[in-house]
Ligand binder design. Structure first.
Ligand code: MN
Length: 253
């Protein structure tokens, strides 16, 4: 099995090293990852300047682009053959609910899917990687087992990526794995007002607080309860339920 690993935290990220080690137990690993952090880049593509991949090893490249660029370049240009799976992560932080719309980690997996390669995105729901850089370490073995299981599913669903979130608790305390839907979150104070060195107003997006609406069956609820969450996602944003109840709201113009 050939596995393409990418991420949005950059090629030096500890989470990517952990993913590579887990994936290494499953098959031949290729890494094509951004040369710097590209979190919250969503599915952006670099169109206005060329990309210059730097080959760092036989199966390893860094790219001066986004996660989406990396996966597209890998599959269309750099790898000798198409990978069997695209694996993205392990992200330094959760990607649940609306996060998946901003996440570069999920976008890298989406790009694999868009190019016809089944994909799995993996995130670690710990926020404090700087003071606990080893927190992910004990999760590598269990992650390898989970990836082995997911990539060997008798019918890996078509047109689907699996979005995995690992709770930030000791690996021995993980309760199991739950199949989930996306939860919802509400950000408060997510724009910080500040002053630049010249006293002019500037605004910094980020920080603030997050309130999760974690109904039963959601990714947030699973992770809160100590379970690894696996959410199937697809790229089709069509609101099927609104088509189904169109009689109730739609009037032909
Ligand atoms: Mn990230």
């Amino acid at each position: 099995m050939r596995l393409l690993c990418s991420n949005d935290d950059g090629i030096l990220a500890h989470g990517l090293a952990c993913l590579e080690r887990a994936a290494g137990e499953l098959g031949e690993v290729y890494v094509v990852a951004p040369d710097r952090e590209q979190s919250a880049m969503s599915h952006s593509l670099t169109l206005h300047h060329p990309l210059r991949p730097v080959q760092l090893g036989e199966r390893r490249w860094q790219v001066d682009g986004t996660p989406t660029d990396c996966v597209m370049l890998a599959i269309e240009a750099l790898l000798p053959q198409r990978p069997d799976f695209v694996l993205s992560g392990v992200n330094h932080g959760p990607n649940m609910g609306e996060d998946v719309l901003y996440s570069g980690t999920v976008a890298a997996a989406m790009e694999g899917l868009a190019l016809g390669v089944p994909a799995i995105a993996v995130s670690f729901a710990g926020r404090d990687f700087l003071s606990h850089p080893d927190a992910l370490e004990p999760h590598v073995e269990p992650l390898a087992r989970l990836l082995r299981h997911l990539t060997a599913l008798p019918a890996f669903p078509a047109h689907t990526l699996l979005n995995v979130n690992i709770p930030a608790i000791p690996a021995a305390e993980i309760q199991g794995v739950r199949l989930t839907r996306l939860g919802r979150r509400v950000f408060s104070d997510s724009v910080a007002r500040m002053k630049d060195p010249w006293g002019r107003p500037i605004y910094w997006i980020g920080g603030g607080s997050v309130t999760w609406s974690a109904g039963e069956g959601t990714d947030v609820d699973a992770v809160r309860s100590g379970f690894i969450s696996v959410t199937p996602l697809h790229l089709d944003a069509t609101h099927q339920a609104r088509l189904d109840d169109a009689d109730e709201w739609w009037r032909q113009p």
